[in-house]
Design a binder for this molecule. Sequence first.
Ligand code: NIG
Ligand code: FE
Length: 404
Amino acid sequence: MYSQRCQHLWHGFHAVTMEEGRYNTVENAAIAVDNGVISWVGRYADFSGVASEYTDLGGGWVTPGLIDCHSHIVFGANRSREFELRLQGASYEEIARAGGGIANTVKATRQASDTELLQRAESLLLDLMADGVTTLEVKSGYGLDLENETKMLRVARELEKQWPVDIMTTCLAAHALPPEFSDGDAYIDYLCETVLPAIAEQQLADAVDGFCEKIAFSPAQIKRYLQTAVGLGLPLKLHAEQLSALGGSKMAAELGALSVDHLEYATVEDVAAMAEYGTVAVILPGAFYVLKETQQPPVQLLRDYNVPMALASDANPGSSPVRSLRLMMNMACTLFGFTPEEALAGVTCHAARALGLAETHGILTAGKQADFVCWNIESPAELSYWLGGRLNKARVKRGVRRDI
Ligand code: NIG
Ligand code: FE
């Protein structure tokens, strides 16, 4: 029973709160909101207070606003030409080694103005938001020098000023070797001595990420870079075990990383370390699908070790040109055996934890930010079941209805 006064009472729907990663269904629910924060969630029949404003959403299901905890939506140009080359048989690795891939995007991103990058990013952002995203992580990583990494992060921060979405920025300067360097160690020196300190000083990044892979940086190089980030007080994330098993995820977990991402080749040692240090596994079905990978992420092992599994778009112009987070929910179920409940937890409460936002985001309960979406569906499993389409009918950000 809730008998207090509140600013706004939302009702006319069933809700899943997603506390502890479970649906926790509330039928005929209501959500009380004060100053953008949830003050109560329960059955409408149990509300005996008074609200200054009432909104009847007219049916459907409410979930926490979706959180996309891994994206690269700021970039200079798309790579549909490489898509065509891959269809003719070239692999992602071959294209990267021949100077295409990430290097291609770096060239275009360095040439692009802030305005051009912003416009391109907005195009993806609006599609992701239209499909229910209320919080999005955005990485740099196509600048690869101080000027262009800061440009990307500035653009990412600008998105939050322009649109009703929370943006978390991540510095991914250790993404690839830029053309002006021939030695990975020397580039890592430059990042540790110049780029990371400047980005920390300007407070442009909420976290630091790298790419630990044979075609990118070794575990030893990444360790040095992540340790520098720790010294600067920045939280860690890591792209690891995507194409081969190098033990990057174990190393990042031991350094206290919020998440390690991709993980197709993660071993039992990696997973055990993630469990021990509380690191979230971010699963990225878009890149797996686009690159036609066959090695599946160790989903059952992650379950056995109780490692929370988040799901994200990895939206980027190369390996994952994804514009819908719900599509990732479907792919995680179809390709990796997630349950629809796990998929929804992956884009709500576990994604919040992967961003260090578990205190404020990802579940519907008193004290959390009032970010929620009302979907025109008859059961929550439909969020993973339908491929594409426009299912959401209302999107509430910080307590304000902001349908786009
Ligand atoms: O997350 N794995 C490395 N980075 C991106 C791909 C970036 C690109 O191809 O442009 C990823 O998949
Ligand atoms: Fe990525």
